[in-house]
Design a protein around this ligand. Structure first.
Ligand code: ADP
Ligand code: MG
Length: 336
């Protein structure tokens, strides 16, 4: 099989078969939401950094360009433009922020706007060197299959390493030589084949902020840190006492819940996020999670029943933590 046939095969497998997806422990997923990209692209000014007409990829890889990504909301922070600039100048950048702050979302959006195929790897999953770099299948040394990182290095696009600080050391070590802008990779398992990094191979890593409060987070490895020229910080729109009216507007617009309920939901979400950031609860709700809660209310479920089915269950399996969250929801909702 040629490389391209192989990729095509992979794409078919990943998009049609869940078991293959699980086997490889990687996800090459695409947003299914319907949206008019033409209208969307007017809102962002990235052409001077990443011009889709300058990139050409094999049609098979072209299928990995995300489609119909919803817009990214921020307070004039111009994250889309800043990420595009970092990629244009330095080929790679790092996104730092708690989970649910839209890091993955914005990477999809940048990839779509720039017309770049997206290769996504969640480093927190038990992904092996074989999955990422490649291996022989069958008997002998006839049939080599490239892993995801190898495919990216050969064919270009954006490699997105989610939770990069959770990456296992053996993988991080092998990644280092590729991280130089004109890097290369050596496939030791394939008679030391040397692959030059494709000229349009960009890298984005994301991670949770490292602090004693975030259980399970650890500093990113030093070699990788040194090779990231730009670091962008992400946070929730509303946290603690800081309530962003735009986030309330968004919930109303997306769900038709009444504004009073939307306000309560954002205030509760903001408080849960604050507690998550200080390590008191294991999860802070994203705007997407709060929208799910609102959707059930808009469909006729009571405010508290809808909370049970969404935000309370989502935060933790632990009955005690669920009790804490429930109490907090009642307290804030009744004081509003
Ligand atoms: N600023 C934002 N604008 C639009 N949607 C957002 C924003 N921040 C988060 N979301 C939504 O919240 C959910 C979680 O975002 P995600 O990108 O998965 O977060 P992260 O990768 O930082 O954990 C998604 O449904 C995403 O679309
Ligand atoms: Mg993510």
């Amino acid at each position: 099989m040629s490389d391209l046939e192989e990729i095509n095969q992979r794409i078919k497998e990943t998009s049609t078969s869940k078991s293959v997806n699980e086997k490889f422990n990687v996800s090459v997923t695409m947003s299914k939401l319907k949206r008019n990209t033409h209208v969307l692209s007017k809102n962002y000014d990235i052409k001077k950094y990443l011009d889709p007409t300058k990139f050409t990829f094999a049609p098979e890889i072209g299928e990995l360009v995300p489609k119909d990504t919803p817009p990214y909301l921020d307070n004039g922070d111009k994250y889309v433009e800043r990420i595009s600039r970092a990629l244009a100048f330095f080929k790679q950048c790092a996104l730092i922020g708690p989970s649910g702050t839209g890091k993955t979302h914005i990477v999809y959006l940048v990839a779509e706007l720039a017309g770049l195929p997206l290769w996504e790897i969640n480093c927190g999953l038990q992904t092996s060197v074989f999955d990422l770099f490649g291996r022989y299948v069958g008997l002998g040394k006839e049939n080599w299959i490239d892993g995801l990182i190898t495919l990216w290095c050969r064919h270009g696009g954006i490699l997105y390493l989610d939770e990069a600080n959770m990456m296992k050391q053996d993988i991080a070590t092998r990644l280092n030589p590729i991280l130089d802008q004109r890097g290369h990779m050596v496939l030791t398992e394939k008679d030391n084949e040397i692959i030059q990094r494709h000229k349009d191979a960009f890298l984005i890593i994301s991670m949770n902020p490292v602090s004693s409060e975030f259980a399970g987070t650890k500093p990113i490895n030093a070699a990788m840190r040194r090779r990231m020229s730009v670091w962008l910080n992400f946070d929730y729109m509303s946290v603690g006492a800081k309530i962003d009216e735009k986030e309330i507007d968004l919930v109303v617009r997306k769900t038709d819940v009444d504004r009073k309920d939307a306000e309560k939901i954002i205030r509760i979400g903001a408080e849960l996020r604050k507690q998550y950031k200080s390590g008191d609860i294991p999860y802070g709700p994203s705007i997407g999670d709060l929208i799910n809660w609102s959707k059930l209310i808009a469909d006729g479920t009571s405010f508290y029943d809808a909370a049970e089915e969404t935000i309370i269950a989502l935060t933790s399996d632990d009955i005690e933590i669920q009790g804490m969250v429930r109490k907090l929801i009642h307290k804030i909702a009744e004081s509003a």
